[in-house]
Write a new protein. Structure first.
Length: 162
């Protein structure tokens, strides 16, 4: 996967087209905000030969087709994976599950969960990131998790991984 990031579109097309007859593929596309005609032509061929799933936070209603990444109509009809934020009850269950499996010790876990939910608005990826980073150590002082410092480190980590 790390090698794919360095390929230009023509090299990527060649690599994938060479593998199509040899393997079953499921391609998941995310962040399709601005799809060029060249990318559309590449995706159209893939759509005809393999399973193609699109993922986005944008509306996928057919009436909003023109505002969603300028995908061609056939690609717009590909199956969609819609990720939504968790409602409070489910987010708290996720946090409890993660917390009880982790070495973290805070005075008031329910207060921590409420603060994490307030910050993440139930985003499961962000919730798991917060607890993963917290387990790395150095964020608990006086029985409280320093979320401000943790969020700064998370932002730095995200920038480094771009």
């Amino acid at each position: 996967p790390y090698q794919l990031k360095s390929l230009n579109l023509d090299e990527l097309k060649k690599a994938i087209y060479n593998c199509l007859p040899k393997r079953n593929f499921c391609i998941i596309l995310d962040h399709l905000e601005n799809v060029t005609p060249k990318v559309n032509s590449f995706l159209r061929v893939l759509y005809e030969k393999t399973v193609l799933i699109t993922a986005s936070r944008q509306s996928w209603e057919i009436r909003d087709m023109n505002s969603s990444g300028r995908l061609e109509y056939c690609l717009y009809l590909a199956p969609k994976l819609r990720m939504e934020n968790l409602p409070p009850k489910d987010a708290f269950l996720l946090m409890q599950n993660i917390f009880h499996k982790s070495p973290l010790k805070v005075h008031n876990p329910r207060e921590l969960f409420a603060r994490v939910y307030h910050i993440t608005r139930g985003n499961p990826g962000m919730i798991t990131d917060i607890f993963r980073i917290a387990e790395g150590g150095g964020y608990i002082s006086g029985g409280n998790l320093n979320l401000d410092l943790l969020l700064i480190d998370r932002k730095i980590e995200n920038l480094e991984n771009r």
